[in-house]
Design a binder for this molecule. Structure first.
Ligand code: GSH
Length: 219
């Protein structure tokens, strides 16, 4: 059996964008899997105790940490299933999309949702999350959240590269979605799971693309 370990909350929401990438990659490769929710303080209790962050995948006898390594492993272990990296054997496109997502989307979403995530954590997890995230943000969770709210109207422009690609094809990866789509989807899923803020107008083509992927994620 394959098990995906992912960060969970008090109400068992699994918001981590890195874990969502892997969920979709497993579905894409049609690998049956179960999931286990892990809190930050439980990470050192997994496997040999060396893991630093989720996702971690236990696949047959191997433990694998990190969304990119897991996606690469699934690609090589399940070559008979649809590829996660169509026409991208060296992963150049996927790595570019990953970098774009993390620099252009994660940074803004992180400022907006870190406070929402903190509220959803078990009380014993909150001090760790607050101190590590405030160090990263360079300010308090509350201030980062308020500042992000004040600049919400800037967010749709960050998705313009995707919007332009969607004028020419159904998914970032072509006629069918693949790992580059999952990288972007996972960032938006993270925000929507923990926050009520609406970031995109209803008529946005990105919204249609998101809905199509969300249906696949739920199948
Ligand atoms: N580059 C890693 C990043 C994973 C990551 O940062 N995971 C976060 C959850 S969203 C985590 O588990 N952090 C552990 C911690 O903050 O102690 C990946 O792509 O998998």
């Amino acid at each position: 059996m394959t098990t995906l370990f992912e960060i969970t909350t008090l109400d068992d929401i699994r918001p981590s964008p890195f874990c969502w990438r892997v969920r979709l990659a497993l579905k894409h490769k049609r690998v049956p899997f179960d999931t286990v929710g892990i809190s930050y303080s439980q990470i050192p209790t997994l496997g040999d105790g060396s893991f630093k962050a989720m996702p971690v995948l236990q696949d047959r006898l191997a433990w694998i940490e990190g969304s990119s390594r897991i996606a690469d492993t699934l690609e090589s272990e399940y070559p008979q299933q649809p590829t996660l990296f169509p026409a991208d054997p060296e992963r150049r496109f996927a790595r570019f999309v990953e970098t774009w997502v993390e620099s252009a989307l994660h940074t803004t979403i992180f400022r907006l949702v870190a406070f929402d995530v903190w509220k959803r954590l078990h009380p014993t997890e909150r001090a760790y999350f607050r101190s590590t995230r405030e160090q990263r943000l360079g300010t308090t969770l509350e201030y980062a959240h308020e500042a992000a709210l004040a600049r919400l109207d800037e967010f749709p422009a960050a998705l313009e590269p995707l919007r332009r690609v969607l004028l020419t094809r159904q998914f970032l990866s072509g006629h069918e979605p693949a790992y580059p789509d999952y990288l972007v989807f996972a960032a938006l899923k993270w925000q929507r799971l923990v926050s009520d803020v609406v970031l995109l107008p209803a008529k946005d083509s990105v919204e249609d693309w998101y809905t199509r992927l969300d249906q696949l994620a739920q199948e």
